[in-house]
Design a protein around this ligand. Structure first.
Ligand SMILES: *Cc1c(COP(=O)(O)O)cnc(C)c1O
Length: 386
């Protein structure tokens, strides 16, 4: 089939993805370019704590920009190893309760670099079915045998470990908070299994860093298992309001990755302005637990309004999935909400399984309690109408 026909086919199935240029008009609001409407409330952002606009991030970003210029100028193993990276890595390691940390260009690059550095042809990777695309791409690049277990199903994981563990390296990869379902991984149980079967464990905390744990260290901190995780990965692009990513673990693990992770070795270091923002963000999440409390008050208002409207299964986090069924219905409801001032994305296959297209609401501190309550009411009526 040629590309043009493929695109037409996708459109017919309500599966065509399209870019929509936006401008941010005010805190938590956006304008769609070319559409004639008032600003929409953004329920699609991962800027959970509202840090992207925090004055400390902006000031530290300016300061590092003035100090070191726009770009690193080289990969870190060439002449690009700015001292500020080491400062940030030290603070990340402390946040994550690990010995050391290493920065990557993005979360996508971290997953695509770390997994193939740790496993190869004779090894096996145990992967939760709902893991992020970047994890699956890392697995493919590794050429290791891929064994997928049912989402959060520890009995299934144990059974597969018993039969497929093999004699080579075995790596278990999970997310601590799943991005499309908003549910948490039973990390304590995963840690028990990884120790029982002598595997490495990698935990992607993209959506949990800054949001869970007394210091914002993520679900691994909250569950008290941080030090038993071999590779703790997370991004600066979500709750931390910046860009880039990190991996934390033992010093020898980081030394190994510096030598083996190709997405680290063959890529330019992050820009100074980005490092400034990330450094300020780490300090804020460690020192200001009140930001998390404020976020979860808003989450509670949103969920109780949805529950009052009869919805259930809303999960334990700031990510609230509302399953609509077929793609067409999800798209229609998202459009209706957009017409009423609420921006939410319809998440469709292949991102989620067939027949479970959903509206993925994420609550951020940018939104007021009134706004989240109103949006919940609009959603309840839209679900009745469509
Ligand atoms: C967003 C995300 C990533 C990718 O992180 P970026 O920094 O945006 O590249 C990786 N893993 C998970 C689970 C994510 O949600």
């Amino acid at each position: 089939m040629d590309r043009q026909n493929w695109l037409i086919g996708q459109k017919k199935k309500d599966l065509l993805r399209q870019l929509t240029p936006i401008t941010r008009s005010a805190r938590g609001r956006l304008l769609l370019q070319g559409h004639d409407h008032s600003p929409l409330h953004d329920f699609s952002s991962n800027d959970y704590l509202g840090l992207s606009l925090h004055p400390d991030l902006i000031a530290q970003s300016h300061a590092f920009l003035d100090l070191a210029g726009c770009g690193a100028g080289a990969a870190r193993l060439m002449s690009g190893d700015l001292a500020m990276y080491h400062l940030l890595e030290k603070e990340v390691a402390e946040l994550k309760g690990q010995e050391a940390a290493l920065l990557f260009g993005s979360g996508y690059m971290a997953n695509c670099g770390v997994i193939p550095a740790l496993t190869g042809r004779n090894d096996v990777i145990f992967c939760d079915r709902l893991n992020h695309a970047s994890i699956y791409d890392g697995c493919t690049l590794s050429r290791a045998k891929l064994v997928r277990f049912r989402h959060n199903d520890m009995d299934h994981l144990e059974k597969l470990l018993r039969t497929q563990r093999g004699r080579g390296e075995a790596l278990i990869v999970v997310e601590s908070l799943y991005s499309m379902d908003g549910d948490r991984c039973p990390l304590r149980e995963v840690v028990r299994l990884k120790e029982k079967f002598n595997c490495l464990l990698m935990v992607d905390e993209a959506h949990a860093t800054g949001v869970f744990g007394d210091n914002g260290g993520g679900v691994s901190e909250e569950d008290g298992v941080a030090s038993r995780i071999d590779i703790a990965m997370g991004t600066f692009g979500k709750a931390l309001g910046s860009y880039g990513a990190y991996v934390a673990g033992s010093q020898s693990m980081m030394d190994y990755l510096v030598n083996r992770a190709r997405t680290f070795i063959y890529s330019t270091g992050l820009p100074p302005a980005v490092i400034g923002a990330s450094l300020a963000a780490i300090r804020i999440v460690r020192r200001q637990p009140e930001l998390r409390l404020d976020l979860f008050e808003k989450v509670a208002v949103f969920k109780s309004a949805l529950r009052a409207g009869g919805l259930t299964g809303l999960g334990p986090s700031q990510i609230v999935p509302v399953v609509a069924g077929e793609s067409g219905r999800a798209v229609k409801i998202a459009r209706a909400l957009r017409d009423q001032g609420v921006f939410v994305t319809a998440v469709r296959p292949p991102t989620v399984p067939q027949g479970t297209a959903r509206l993925r609401f994420s609550v951020t501190r940018h939104l007021s309690k009134e706004t989240v309550a109103q949006a919940a009411a609009l959603l309840i009526s839209a679900l009745r109408l469509h």
